[in-house]
Design a protein around this ligand. Sequence first.
Ligand code: GEK
Length: 238
Amino acid sequence: MAKDTVYKAQDPNQPFRFNAQVAAVFPDMLRRSIPGYEASLEAIGSLAARYVQAGSNCYDLGCSLGAASLAMVQGSSSPDFRVIAVDNSAAMIERGYAVLAGQRGNIELRQADVRETTIENASMVVLNYTLQFLDLDSRDELMGRICAGLVPGGLLVLSEKVVDEDPHMEELLVDLHHEHKRRNKYSALEIARKRAALDNVLVPETVAAHRARLETAGFAHTAVWLRYFNFVSIIAIR
Ligand code: GEK
């Protein structure tokens, strides 16, 4: 796995981009940066075993290199479904083809904007750390379309970086996250540069705001199944 050294050199005044340099080191970047990332993939596999229905579509929205798509394919025992894996970064989709080579099977990689992706006949939809990059209006609109495109009983997995309502706890959780990154061998300078580059690019919301949006969109049940510092994963059933 190529090691992420992007912010050893990068100008922090440049906003974060999902370009070829990032795509080349992405698995290492996510594993070292997002507490709970690997657990999210494991759970997506287990949930696919329960929720993926024969003859349906599954969606991996903001798929990057297709890690969640692969988890769904490996987790489900149904032979008859397809995964539509969407990302608007050409570099991610291109690298995704290389990473998934030989194991792509029923995964269809698409370079497209999730805001323009039709969701239909879906038994499972995954937004693994993607919604946080959309503007707020688009988040509401997309969530409504996801719920409408799910079959009754269909499942959404929504993983996000969140912000805490209590400023004191927010400060602590951010500090714990940075400590986690230092333990994973990012320097204080790399952490500070990445934080500056993500400012206004990744816009986190509270858990309450996410649950309210899911309810407004029409989901019947929602639950937080994972929280690790300021990263959560929520499941919602139509
Ligand atoms: C994983 N889910 O490994 N349309 C399509 N893709 C988008 C859009 C958009 N409007 N905005 C951002 N993206 C993956 C990890 S990464 C998470 C997801 C992170 C894409 C963007 O190009 C990137 O590949 C992905 O969303 C977010 O489970 O970097 O923290």
